[in-house]
Design a binder for this molecule. Structure first.
Ligand code: GCB
Length: 645
């Protein structure tokens, strides 16, 4: 197929090989401060999908050289949003290849004329591969759809009498055996059935491969000597909180650093100087999960001040980081937060909604957090990729505990376990840890979901990914999520906590709810006997069409979903007294998938609809989660009842 997917493979190939480990620099969330400004570029961008047969016309004609409107027709495209569902064009919905975004930005004069200022372009998420130009000049590329990347564009915007700049971003959603998640382009060569050059994107995961600029694109400034990265770890000795900090500075070798830790009233509780050290906080307010304590999610603020000498004179930079003091530990049968047993009663989510697809949306996010709190959920897993940074920030603020998962989903073919994939997987874990390491809400890393780890290379592959993640962050346990059918899972020996998904009476023994207890009990006993590690039931659920009723329960009805949950809960209530440390329903809400005969306009296993309305099971789960909260909280208090009533 001339110049078709082969061409974008040709383009992706060398770039994939180019991945270098050990990331350069930090990825602090851009916050305003006396020394930093930010400018969000949310809104309408110019957009064009390259429908040329090879998807290569944009590069051949160098669309980045001139305003996009000059090289052909454009659409208005909202950012952040997936591009797939906003238009009436079915071909754009299922488009595979390069799409082009462009935006002209007017810059404040002080940004373009003050040479002691860095101007940084930051892209929160571009799915999957992105190439970025500013005023026609290539500034960066990034592989991976769920993590931020940046380019220092100071030189470009400060080089002439420019009052504006033109940002062009080409994004390619093609998934190959070497991307994360992996996929494959299938060429349909039987010309009696398919037109010449026909191909489709194949994936081995159960959600729609939405694409585009999914999170905010923004510009921010720092001084030329600046705080580049901060790493916080915390510990507790009796009632004293220990805050270990390490700060990286760029742009100067002559500097002083001052750090102050402030409580929620703004009172300074500890101070330090220098690039690393330990702050002692007597009678510390610990960061507790929601519903585990009467005062959950306590956050201190770490104010960092850099005073640097540069050629142009003294420069200051300020950055404030929220800090939660808490510990995480795992025993043979328990998951401990602040030394107390923690039981995950929560959900699996997706970034998914009508029209926006995977585009970040504040109203949706706030609604979801209201629903989580209503439900009495204390945790979720970021199935099956890292979520927006703003999601993680709300988890810190509300005390919602997170199992932070990388996009290692659908790793099922032998080609997915090769060295190229492995190197990229390691790089993604580095980017994820770099971004999320300071969130107290994140208590565990998940390196994959249901990889086919009975395949031979899987043992080495996961041993390497897990060891690498532990080396990056020794302060948190690491897991990956297996399936109850994968009894010979070669990766499980390396995890700290076993996360297991099962769908009894759904994907087999259809309709036989009476088998769940026996099969679930066997699952737990087998995994525990083999590994002596705490277990989380990381997925269970049933497809349920809101408003379908059948009693006695039949598959797809609301009654069936409820009855299945009840059967699982009977066993979970036994096993949580022993070694089961959590249960996460699949799924929080209905979500979009590829079109298959098994998916009636998406996966319907949500306890809420895609529009966030409850099915009957939501009420059942709510009763259970509040009951569990009352049983497992550490401090006896009636606040919980008051919140709930
Ligand atoms: C699973 C997968 C999840 C699917 C779910 C299902 O095991 O981890 O991505 O959506 O099952 O509904 O089949």
């Amino acid at each position: 197929m001339p110049g078709g997917p082969a061409a974008f493979r040709a383009l992706l190939g060398p770039l994939l090989w180019g991945c270098a480990l050990a990331l350069q620099g930090g990825m602090l969330y851009p916050r305003e401060s006396p020394s930093r400004e930010r400018k969000e570029l949310d809104g309408l961008w110019s957009f064009r999908a390259d429908f040329s047969s090879g998807r290569h016309q944009g590069f051949e004609q160098q669309w980045y050289r001139r305003p996009l409107r000059e090289s052909g027709p454009t659409l208005d495209m909202p950012v952040p949003s997936s591009f797939n569902d906003v238009s009436q064009d079915g071909q754009l919905r299922s488009f595979v290849g390069w799409v082009w975004y462009e935006r002209e930005v007017a810059l404040p004069q002080r940004w373009t004329q003050d040479l002691d200022r860095r101007v940084v372009l930051r892209i929160g998420s571009a799915h999957y591969y992105a190439i970025v130009w500013v005023n026609g000049v290539h500034v960066t590329e990034h592989e991976g759809g769920h993590l931020p990347f940046e380019a220092d564009i100071s030189k470009l915007v400060q080089s002439g009498p420019l009052a504006s700049c033109r940002i062009t971003i080409a994004v390619n959603n093609t998934l190959t055996p070497y991307t994360l998640p992996p996929g494959a382009i299938l060429y349909k060569t039987d010309t009696s059935k398919y037109p010449k050059g026909y191909f489709v994107q194949d994936t081995n995961f159960d959600f729609f491969n939405y694409a585009g600029l999914h999170r905010s694109v923004l510009l921010y400034t720092t001084p030329t000597a600046y705080i580049d990265d901060i790493t916080i770890t915390t510990d507790v000795a009796q009632d004293t909180g220990l805050v270990n900090y390490r700060i990286f500075v760029q742009g100067t070798e002559h500097f002083q650093l001052e750090v102050s830790l402030l409580d929620e009233e703004g009172k300074v509780v500890a101070q330090g100087t220098g690039g690393w050290g330990q702050l002692l906080v007597p009678s510390a307010n610990l960061w507790w999960p929601y519903l585990m304590h009467e005062r959950p999610a306590y956050l201190y603020s770490l104010e960092v001040r850099l005073i640097a000498q540069t050629a142009a004179g003294p420069v200051s930079d300020f950055y404030t980081l929220p800090v939660g003091i808490r510990t995480v530990a795992v025993t043979e049968s328990r998951f401990l937060i602040n030394g107390k047993p923690f039981y995950f009663h929560g959900v699996n989510k997706h970034e998914d909604s009508d029209i926006r697809g995977k585009g970040f949306d504040w109203p949706l996010l706030v609604k979801d957090f209201h629903l989580l709190r209503w439900l009495g959920a204390n945790s979720f897993r970021t199935s099956h990729y890292p979520y927006a940074e703003e999601v993680m920030q709300l988890c810190d603020r509300y005390g919602i505990v997170v199992i932070d998962e990388c996009p290692g989903v659908g790793i099922v073919l032998p080609q997915n376990f090769g060295n190229v994939s492995l190197q990229h997987h390691l790089q993604v874990m580095e980017e994820l840890v770099r971004r999320d390491k300071n969130h107290p809400a994140v208590v565990m890393w998940s390196v994959a979901n249901e990889p086919k780890s009975s395949l031979k290379p899987a043992g080495y592959y996961f041993k390497t990914v897990i060891a690498h993640t532990k080396a990056l962050d020794p302060s948190r346990p690491v897991t990956f999520v297996t399936n109850s059918n994968y009894s010979t899972d070669l990766g499980v020996p390396y995890v700290d906590v076993i996360c297991v998904n099962s769908y009894y009476s759904w994907y087999h023994d259809y309709g036989h709810l009476e088998l769940i207890q026996l099969q679930l009990e066997t699952q737990f006993e087998n995994w525990y006997r083999a590994h002596q590690k705490p277990i989380i039931q990381s997925e269970y659920g049933a497809e349920t069409i809101a408003g379908f009723h059948q009693d006695p329960p039949l598959m797809f009805s609301e009654e069936y979903q409820k009855s299945m949950l009840e059967q699982y809960h009977l066993v979970l209530d036994q096993k949580r007294k022993e070694y089961v440390v959590g249960e996460l329903i699949w799924n929080f809400a209905d979500f979009m998938t590829n079109q298959t005969p098994q998916r009636p306009v998406g996966n319907k296993k949500g306890i809420f609809t895609r529009q966030r309305q409850p099915k009957s099971a939501a009420f059942l789960l709510r009763d259970r989660y509040w009951r569990l909260a009352n049983e497992t909280r550490t401090v006896s208090h009636n606040t919980f009842c008051n919140i709930r009533c």
